[in-house]
Design a protein around this ligand. Structure first.
Ligand SMILES: [Zn+2]
Length: 403
């Protein structure tokens, strides 16, 4: 391994600063660094001086090159000011005051915070302990954003940071980035958070995309009375799918002779009928023949999905109203809720099919959060978790714009 080529480029160590190089048996490299006497500006009075007054040795970790740690003993020179007689340490390109890791290593570590990877991996790459990585991560603070997006997505995710079961994610639906994550999903915390934005910032928000959550609806209608709330269309469709699934489970229990068949072919009921293979179509016919309720439920699902092929607000409203009427006549208990909930959310559901916005991106973020939680030891601390999520998101949205 050549020690000279990379030292200046990666570690900002000029060859002339290296007094001694030791390559150990395990491949690790240790430098002894010293800078020549040069003119220094006194930080106390601003006068120049060249009066060197001894050296103090510091151990510095520069990181890892090809799995080999690079460390140095830096003999840092002290200077005496001849004007005010203060002593001070020389300026240097390697390491900041009080720190044990080099500037280049620190920059590298901070870059890693915006990439996927666990604290353990980062510690290994920077040749420092996991607790040091966590300490540096805790030093990062990303302030609350000043503005809010025109199309705002809000959703909850299952968190394990800060002792809360549910946490909240706020996204910029149009620009595909995370605006913020909040530690608590409760009315007061949400109202407090959104009240802290200026009236002007809140006026920016024109559309709010959400699942059919009464809590979110109440908070957002209070805080953004001028904005249009849009139910997430995937969530709405899932509610109908789940109702079909509940009917199937009930029938599976009752129709003992067919229960295995009903269990094994449950995915067929959720598939787009146009995409069924020939054998799946035969199975579907069989299922629908043996259970009247499942036939009705399946019909309701297909009828609901047809709203995707309906255009204009008026037609969509009419379609949904007709669908609710059929639901009522079907007398399926699993569909009982729709009459009330879809009526309460009627304008928001219509918006879901009229407007091009959904929480698809927001839910994608929730999956990323899940991955980060799985690989990250030391993210139970909410602020650290938030920093990493926001740094990851910033990086991703940047690449999104460049592509
Ligand atoms: Zn001075």
């Amino acid at each position: 391994m050549s020690t000279v080529n990379y030292t200046e480029i990666i570690f900002k160590i000029k060859e002339e600063y290296i007094k001694h190089t030791r390559v150990n048996e395990d491949g690790s490299v240790h430098f002894t660094l010293e800078m020549p006497v040069a003119e220094q500006v006194c930080p106390h009075c601003g006068e120049s001086t060249r009066k060197s007054k001894g050296k103090r040795s510091r151990e510095v970790k520069f990181g890892v090159i090809q799995h080999h740690p690079v460390t140095a003993t830096y003999l840092q020179r002290r200077y005496t000011c001849q004007e005010c007689h203060h002593t001070f340490i020389e300026k240097n390109p390697f390491v900041s005051r009080y720190l044990q890791i080099s500037k280049s290593n620190m920059e590298y570590l901070f870059r890693q915070f915006s990439e996927k990877g666990s604290f353990t991996e980062m510690a290994k790459r920077s040749d420092i302990s996991v607790s040091t990585v966590i300490r540096y991560c805790s030093k990062l603070a990303i302030p609350k954003p000043k503005s809010l997006p025109t199309v705002l997505g809000i959703d909850e995710y299952k968190g394990n940071a800060g002792g809360q079961v549910y946490q909240v994610i706020i996204t910029d639906v149009r620009n595909h980035s995370i605006v913020d994550i909040l530690p608590k999903r409760d009315t007061n915390a949400l109202i407090q958070y959104f009240s802290s934005f200026s009236r002007k910032a809140r006026k920016q928000v024109t559309y709010i995309i959400m699942d059919m959550s009464p809590l979110f609806k109440l908070v957002m209608q209070t805080m953004f009375p001028h904005a249009h709330i849009v139910a997430d269309r995937y969530h709405v469709c899932r509610l109908v799918d789940w109702a079909v699934e509940r009917v199937r489970k009930r029938e599976q229990k009752i129709l003992v002779a067919h229960s295995k068949m009903l269990k094994h072919n449950r995915r067929i009921l959720m598939k787009n009928p146009d995409r069924l293979t020939e054998s799946e179509q035969i199975k579907l016919q069989e299922i629908l023949r043996i259970s009247d309720d499942l036939r009705i439920a399946y019909g309701l699902r297909l009828a609901f999905r047809k709203v995707f092929k309906t255009f204009s607000i008026h037609n969509i409203e009419r379609h949904l109203q007709l669908w609710l009427n059929i639901v009522e006549r079907s007398h399926l208990v699993e569909f009982n809720n729709f009459k009330l909930s879809f009526t309460n959310w009627f304008p928001q559901i219509v918006n879901a099919f009229v407007l091009p916005y959904s929480n698809g991106f927001t839910e994608g973020c929730n999956n990323k959060i899940k991955v980060l939680k799985r690989i990250s030891y030391g993210l139970r601390h909410f602020e650290r978790f938030r920093v990493r999520i926001l740094m990851l998101s910033k990086k991703n949205s940047a690449s999104y714009f460049h592509s």
